[in-house]
Design a protein around this ligand. Sequence first.
Ligand code: C2E
Ligand code: CA
Ligand code: CA
Length: 556
Amino acid sequence: MSRRYMIFIRTIALALLVSLGPLLVTNLVLENYAEQRARAEMQSIAKRYISQAERAITQVVSALQELDENSVNSCSWQNRRAMGNAVGSNVFVHSLGLADEAGVPMCAVPAKALSGRNLLPAYSVDSPRVGLGLMDQDFRGVKGARISWAVDNGWRLFAEISPLVMDLEPGPEYLRKASNLQVRLGADALWVHTSVNSMPVADGSDGPLSLTLRSSLYPISAKIESDREAILELVYELKIVAAIACASGAIFLVMVGVWFSWRPDSEAEDEFIAAIRNNEFIPYYQPVVDISTGELLGCEVLMRWQQPNGVMIPPGKFMPYAEATGHIFEMTRRLMVQTIDEVGDLYSRNPKLKLSINLFAGHFNNREIIRDIKEIYGASQIPLSQIVLEVTERQPLQNVDLARKIIAELQSMEVRVALDDVGTGHGGLAYLQKLGVDIVKIDRMFVDPLGTDQSASSIAVSIVELADNLNMGIIAEGVETYTQMKALEKLGVSEAQGYLFAKPLPVDDYLLLAHQIETGTYNPVGAVLEKQLALEAERLAAEEGGANEDQSQPAA
Ligand code: C2E
Ligand code: CA
Ligand code: CA
């Protein structure tokens, strides 16, 4: 469960990484492209304004120059006709006229009412020959321009350029909505200005995109500022497409990840269920013996996974999975049924033999185990009075009160209950009293130091004392040495289980051993004693041999 969850989380993180990267890069590329595009566009708009202004001024100046060369320097009717011809033949000239030294117009073509106020600045000898200025009237943000040409007597020919001349198409729609354009004459006279209502500048952003172009002929500049956000509209749709593509990629990756993280588990699950159905989980039997007599007292049933390829898997490898998935319930039922088939005869012939079955904490969460035990062993060759159920102290019981009731009910059916792995787990010694078990199994951890390490042995000693006080049976687990056996005997513990006597055995070996013990042809404790005697004899012989050798050595 948690492994799947981890894989799932990792898959999602990976999918996000794998798809967010390209999304960010694509967005950057698109934004960059939009900016480049907008810059090129802005450049060409500014260029168009500058060249239109240059063309207009150049043509108007040359028209004025031509009039001067033709001595049009008074308001005579011939001169006015010449002015009229110039207006007619020059598209940029809107009107022409002559002003005096103070700049007051004296005549104009086409004829119009002259207000008598000066249109041009007063003339002085160091005034430039050509003067550039703007008129007051404004048409859609564009002003008219006035160009003057000084003739010899200090009077000036002047021509007006219509605002329409500079009323150009200011670029593509998306830019027009997002740009401010200013064409200036000199430093600050504003000839053309088109502006959008507002140009938002987001906090921390780079401000609007801005570009200024200057004329190389006249003091004219064109400046364009464009809103960056609005420019991005150009690639808005492409960005959506990129986001959809990356999101689809992410979803695809997540789906692949989910498939890969779920599939093997479900395959493993299927394999496990098939193994349960094929009865690949089989019982091994580890004898429990009386260490004072060598008598067989029974066995503990230990599960093994015997795979079809012959590989034998110990419970440590599959028990956590079986317990986590709940398959352990069915596996335990099947295990119990197999014990009847395999050792039913032996047990019905020997009513003193006990059969110990391992349960896990989950078995004490409801009363199902009571029904199972009744159903399976109730009318079998192995009566309930020969059954021992082991509750491990390693795992915490969810509901101790309910466990206590279940245990009591099992005991009322003559089933005995043992607390397994005592001293290693959650309950502490208080569990012994609380759960009211019949038998205590001292864990190998506390049997190990017996006879060799005085202080480490003290836990085993106190478990034995407590069990004795509570009138409980005691079984020592994991007995591996003669020394441990002797120490247990001294403590008054007579029931033991361990490699010293026998490992967990396949059924045939267990039946053979039981038969040998029954018929007196083999005694497991006798075998231990014999082995020990042989060892001691060997040691003595070695010591004696050593002493003789010492004696035969000549003195130095
Ligand atoms: P456990 O109930 O404490 O079983 C005793 C374990 O100690 C067994 O390991 C046994 O092979 C091992 N053992 C016995 N004598 C000696 C010894 O002298 N020296 C050493 N080093 N080990 C010894 P096994 O068979 O591998 O089982 C391990 C655990 O798996 C069991 O511990 C038990 O908690 C669990 N288990 C086994 N079968 C079942 C079952 O049918 N149901 C449940 N719920 N758990 C089971
Ligand atoms: Ca056990
Ligand atoms: Ca144990």
